[in-house]
Design a protein around this ligand. Structure first.
Ligand code: GLA
Length: 389
């Protein structure tokens, strides 16, 4: 844990003490990157994320009554609700916490009131899963505070449900899984169907993960996300008529797509083709990583971006600009949009010695072309959710 993270822990504890007059339990839950495997999680496919050194912190303490008192340092906003009257509110950050609490109650587990102070350094809207990190931190915090004996895997599932029910986005399981199960210096190869996972060492040897944040989040993001999900399901339905054993795009081959989907619907075909190919890319990209062939992995990242942009159509002009800009840079091995799309970050594998110059150059170019400020981070991998004080 670095200096900056220690400072957050000290300041959130102090803040909690000032507000509620006691020492809190502090939980850290990280944001995530994803090397390759985008929009595959809700299609029963594979993903390759890692937890990073940017995290959400939840300071939590018990109350004697049945009130929930929440405070977000970032938004300088508070929210109060009785646990017996739990419902969605207009503050999105609070909904992530309330959504997880609702999942606990839904399981028939009775808990008393509690206080929470929320802080962190995961940029909101950057596609680094700050919302999943809030949900996982909350689930972990309530589990620890009230000794609920909920397994890590169930915390992940409850966090995902919270996002469905309190934020209205039908997200897959990748973000929560990465936040809870991440491991320093490793990526997580997760089979989203069985939830079996293995840790693959992230040996980049002189190459670093550079995140370039477009600083835009187009409003289409959540509605289009849900639409993509439906389009994939429609593709599966078309195939299922001929192959009843097919339950998701995980079971689908390119041949099936050509035979049963292409003649019926061009758009659905494009969407499904991207997903089927992305799973193949991920599996061989994982082998590249094991073999230390970052060049080959990087090529697949560019292909992944092209699929996301042209076939899955979840990119935007800002993301495309950033990826196209680095395409011919010898020091950039791979680049692609990351996460749901329509804004947020690109993930880039860049030779260490070239990072500074690249950031200076692309920041100026982005400003000139888009009249927007670019933010760059060099991301390090970190462990998943834990109690930090
Ligand atoms: C968002 C969702 C994830 C995943 C990605 C796309 O981050 O929360 O579940 O679907 O988009 O890969």
């Amino acid at each position: 844990m670095d200096m900056e993270q220690n400072e957050i822990i000290i300041s959130i504890s102090k803040n909690f003490d000032e507000k509620f007059g006691s020492k809190p339990l502090v939980i850290r839950s990280p944001g995530r990157v994803n090397i390759i495997g985008e929009h595959t999680d809700y299609n029963d496919g594979f993903v390759l994320p890692a937890a990073i050194d940017k995290a959400i912190y939840v300071a939590i303490g018990k109350r004697d009554d049945n009130n929930i008192l929440l405070y977000s340092k970032e938004f300088n906003e508070a929210h109060k609700v009785k646990i017996t009257e739990l419902k969605k509110c207009e503050k999105q950050w609070a909904n992530y916490i309330l959504g997880v609490t609702a999942q606990i109650l839904k399981r028939g587990i009775a808990i008393p009131g509690f206080n929470i102070v929320l802080d962190g350094d995961v940029p909101v809207g950057a596609g680094l899963s700050s919302s999943a990190a809030i949900e996982c931190a909350t689930g972990f915090a309530l589990n620890e505070l009230f000794q609920l004996q909920i397994s890590k895997e169930d915390i992940v599932k409850m966090a995902q449900k919270a996002e469905h029910e309190y934020a209205g986005v039908m997200v897959g399981i990748m973000d929560m899984f990465a936040s809870v199960f991440g491991k320093k210096d490793h990526v997580l190869k997760l089979d989203c169907r069985s939830l079996q996972h293995e840790y693959v060492p992230l040996k980049l040897e002189g190459i670093k993960i550079v995140l370039l944040n477009t600083n835009v989040k187009h409003s289409l993001a959540s509605s289009e996300y849900n639409t993509r999900r439906k389009q994939c399901e429609e593709g599966v339905e078309l195939i299922k008529k001929h192959h009843p054993e097919v339950n998701s795009l995980r079971d689908v081959t390119m041949q099936m797509l050509h035979q049963y989907v292409a003649p019926k619907d061009e758009i659905i075909f494009k969407r499904c083709k991207y997903v089927v190919e992305e799973n193949i890319r991920l599996l061989s990209g994982c082998e590249d990583l094991r073999n230390g062939d970052i060049k080959s992995l990087g090529k697949k990242m560019f292909q992944s971006h092209d699929g996301l942009s042209k076939e899955y159509e979840v990119s935007c002009k800002e993301l495309d600009f950033l990826v196209d800009y680095v395409r011919d840079f010898p020091a950039v091995l791979g680049s692609r949009m990351m996460g749901g799309g329509f804004g947020g970050c690109t993930i880039n594998l860049v030779k260490e010695e070239a990072i500074e110059d690249l950031i200076t150059e692309i920041t100026a170019a982005y400003k000139q072309k888009m009249n927007l400020d670019l933010t760059a981070y060099v991301a390090k991998t970190e462990d998943g959710t834990s109690v930090v004080s």
